[in-house]
Design a protein around this ligand. Structure first.
Ligand code: GTP
Length: 342
């Protein structure tokens, strides 16, 4: 199954950077070296085995944009499943950006009326002052410019986990059996007395499904508040010698500031994207010392977590707040559950 994903927006807005972070596991610091995209760069990314994301990274220089909207219009916009339009939050050419967006949206509605539209207000790290209010204002402006079209707005930055939140939501809309996967994860969570079980895609580490109901997609400022935890121990099965600093500077899964009032374990709302970001950073650290990342166990004061391969294309993370449950039991349950997920 092939899904065409259009990645559009002004030149320099950060399209190729986010693609290289999510799909090629490159660190944010290397994106400054990327050259401008010439015309369209097409990539086929195998996602979850059967699903192939046909990613069209459309160079944003005006001469290219003009050709997408004239001679290339049908080629670009037909058969699209998703349009991701990237806006720089502090663009010097905001009016021009909106003009192009308006034309792209009209072309999409003509050639792929059922495509989902995601608008990323990008480079949020550059905002000084209240990110939330800047994003709210921008989201309002973009929704107005969308003339009633159903659009989802996210605030993103390559320098924090907000990018993973946005992209996890985007790919979630493309996964046909996400509800079935969630049901299986809920069963597994119950079998393990787990607080939560999360399924990640192997290469991107984007969240595919969770045992809890998915959070409602809303505009996000990407701000994060993570409490540090003491006496935490992190053990990796393969990455001997890899500094665990990528993981040990804070608990990904709990936060005093973000925790929901009604949640007995005070789980942070940003825990999914934080985990994606941290594991990607850890995998990158592993590759730098030529170790391959396979699995991970964490035994912290507050909780135990096991991250292991579920299928060829997925990883599963089980989080347990009951100190009497052994990690070996969790690993065995993962082994037994594999058949269901294949
Ligand atoms: P074209 O290929 O010309 O369409 O541009 P593009 O949209 O692909 O932009 P690209 O990804 O090449 O990024 C341009 C610059 O923005 C690079 O120097 C990146 O390092 C920088 N950049 C990308 N994302 C972010 C971000 O979230 N924050 C900040 N501060 N800089 C970013």
């Amino acid at each position: 199954m092939k899904k065409k994903v259009l990645l559009m927006g002004a030149s320099g807005s950060g399209k190729t950077s986010m693609r290289s972070l999510i799909f090629s596991n490159n660190p944010a610091s290397l994106t400054a070296r990327l050259g401008a995209t010439i015309d369209v760069e097409q990539n086929h990314v195998r996602f979850l085995g059967d699903l192939i994301l046909n990613l069209w990274d459309c160079g944003g220089q005006e001469s290219f944009m003009d050709s997408y909207l004239t001679t290339g219009q049908s080629t670009i916009f037909q058969h699209a499943g998703v349009l991701i339009y990237v806006f720089e939050v502090e663009s010097r050419n905001a009016a021009r950006d909106l003009e192009y967006y308006d034309q792209c949206l009209a072309s999409l509605q003509k050639y792929s009326p059922d495509a989902a539209v995601f608008l990323l207000v990008h480079k949020m790290d550059l905002v000084r002052g209240s990110k939330a209010s800047v994003l709210e204002k921008k989201a309002h402006e973009l929704k107005e410019a969308s003339h009633g079209a159903d659009v989802t707005v996210f605030g993103t930055s390559i320098y924090d986990e907000s990018l993973y939140k946005a992209w996890s939501s985007i790919v979630h809309t493309l996964i046909p059996n996400a509800a079935v996967l969630s049901k299986h994860l809920t069963t597994l969570a119950r079998a393990c007395s787990a607080t939560e079980v999360i399924l990640f895609e192997r290469t991107t580490f984007l969240v595919i499904a969770t045992s809890s109901p998915p959070p409602v997609a809303t505009a996000s400022s990407g701000s994060l508040h993570v409490s540090s935890s003491t006496n935490s121990s992190v053990s990796s099965h393969t990455a001997n010698g890899v500094p665990s600093s990528a993981l040990s500077h804070g608990s990904t899964l709990t936060s005093d500031e973000d925790a929901s009032e009604n949640d007995p374990h005070r789980l942070a709302p940003t825990r999914y994207e934080r985990t994606s970001e941290l594991i990607k950073a850890f995998k990158h650290a592993c590759s730098r010392v030529r170790e391959e990342f396979h699995a991970l166990e964490m035994e912290l004061d507050e909780f135990t977590a096991v991250l292991d391969e579920m299928t060829k294309n997925t990883y599963v993370l089980i989080v347990v707040h009951d100190p009497t449950i052994e990690t070996a039991a969790l690993r065995m349950n993962i082994r037994l559950a594999r058949r269901k997920f294949e």
